[in-house]
Ligand binder design. Structure first.
Ligand code: ADP
Length: 274
């Protein structure tokens, strides 16, 4: 599903003395079935963007076109509910939202809440758990008895069980060890590779941007300053500096790419967007 922002602005606490403009006339496109990475410094507007993607916030100005729905400041709550159904949002540290007494019940909660009967909800939950590599031996365990990495995968299965068209991941690997990070990113890539989903990844990990995404959006001070292919982002150090992205890890990553003799690993990347 394609998402298009047309001159979208968003102000927190609009029309009050505490008004704070987080997004300023942002125009961008998340292509259908793309794997889009959103990067930018802290406070650049990434979280606000994701909340507008899934209808948690409405624009204060401009419009967002999600599939065939147009979301404007006047859009009704009912219309936004239809949009939200299509969006699977994985917040940071999603395991904090686990609450049921067993793994399977936790993952079934979402589908049941959307009106599925017990049997359908269970089928969707089992499929989602399989996709994140949680075996049926763990279904009846308390989610709180699992390892940190397993808990996170159960929480993500809870989002997948609702069969979203768009998966929005906000720093999904934060706090995991390198092996856990790799495993999780591979799961997302496998999900993406099924061709059924548009994936949006908010991240600080530049290697994830280069390895997985095929479309990149760079945010700076509430505006979208770049939209294009991952390799282009890293090509110009001055540009990175200008947009507050000349952070040590980003520059180190850029150096590594150039040192490898790959002016940038263009051919190695899945760059085509249908
Ligand atoms: P990022 O996710 O890139 O760190 P955010 O979208 O969280 O950026 O923040 C963008 C801007 O909006 C920042 O200036 C931030 O201080 C402000 N902001 C974020 N959330 C709120 C809020 N609930 N109330 C007021 N201002 C906010």
């Amino acid at each position: 599903m394609q998402i298009t922002f047309e001159d979208v602005s968003f102000t927190y606490s609009a029309n009050t003395p505490f008004a704070s403009e987080a997004l300023k006339q942002v125009s961008l496109t998340i292509p259908d079935k793309s794997y889009t990475a959103i990067i930018g410094n802290t406070g650049s507007g990434k979280s606000t963007l994701t909340k507008l993607f899934n209808g948690l916030l409405l624009p204060t100005d401009g419009q967002i076109i999600v599939g065939d729905t147009v979301v404007t400041p006047e859009t009704s709550k009912k219309q936004v509910k239809n949009v939200r159904k299509k969006m699977g949002m994985v917040f940071q540290f999603p395991e904090a939202q686990l609450f049921e007494e067993s793994v399977i019940k936790d993952v079934m909660f979402g589908p049941k809440n959307f009106g599925d009967d017990e049997e359908t909800a269970r089928r969707k939950a089992e499929m989602a758990l399989e996709r994140v590599g949680i075996s049926d031996a763990l279904y009846d365990q308390s989610p709180f008895d699992l390892s940190g990495g397993q808990m996170r995968r159960v929480a993500i299965a809870g989002v997948l069980a609702m069969e979203p068209e768009v998966l929005i991941l906000d720093e999904p690997t934060a706090g995991l060890d390198p092996k856990g990070q790799d495993e999780l990113m591979t799961i997302f890539n496998d999900l993406y590779a099924t061709g059924q989903m548009t994936v949006i990844l908010v991240t600080h990990q530049m290697n994830d941007v280069a390895s997985w995404s095929n479309h990149v959006i760079v945010m700076d001070h509430g505006t979208c300053v770049f939209e294009g292919q991952p390799t282009e982002v890293f090509s110009d150090q001055e540009w990175l500096e200008h947009h507050h992205l000349a952070l040590p890890d980003i520059l180190a990553f850029r150096e590594k790419l150039f040192a490898n003799g790959l002016s940038l690993p263009k051919d190695a990347l899945p760059l085509t967007v249908d």
